[in-house]
Design a protein around this ligand. Structure first.
Ligand code: 4NP
Length: 156
């Protein structure tokens, strides 16, 4: 079982989009049973709030549902519970390391580092551009899945 936690500032836009895109990709690859996928916020600001409507609509355009997801804050114990904790931007990474007390096992990474254009996911909270965020997140999740499948194959 590979356990992945996607993390952003509010857990209402980017990280829930990544959570439900990744769930859709692993399901379509026939691998849903071998993954546990969730998302969380570095901030408590949006705790309990549902996915932001424009993010929800962008997922729905692609046939992906996210009903029932509400924001919850990252906790130190998540570091032990997950194999990978994937942030969307550099500020997320700094906050994740602060909450988790560092990254002794090298589990914390940026989503776009699994693509050939490493860096940050375009933040739709500030750009209003949910299509661009969708493209970044889809590419990042596809790269992450390919990376994990390569790793699993080389371990066989
Ligand atoms: P997210 O988006 O981190 O992608 O969920 C944001 C949500 C809320 C805020 C910023 C970004 N905020 O400043 O309240």
């Amino acid at each position: 079982m590979t356990k992945i936690l996607f993390v952003c500032l509010g857990n209402i836009c980017r990280s829930p989009m990544a959570e439900f895109v990744m769930k859709d990709l692993v399901e379509r690859a026939g691998l849903a049973g071998t993954f546990s996928i969730a998302s969380a916020a570095t901030s408590s600001e949006e705790a309990g709030n549902p996915v932001y409507p424009p993010a929800r609509r962008k997922l729905a355009e692609h046939g992906i549902q996210c009903a029932g997801k509400t924001s919850r804050q990252l906790r130190a114990e998540d570091y032990g519970k997950y194999d990978l904790l994937i942030g969307m931007d550099g500020r997320n990474l700094r906050n994740m390391e602060r909450i988790c007390g560092g990254d002794p096992e090298g589990k914390i990474h940026l989503l776009m580092d699994y693509t050939d254009r490493p860096g940050e996911v375009a933040d739709p909270w500030y750009t209003g551009d949910f299509e661009r965020a969708w493209q970044d997140i889809l590419e990042g999740c596809e790269g992450l899945l390919a990376h994990l499948q390569d790793k699993a194959r080389s371990a066989e």
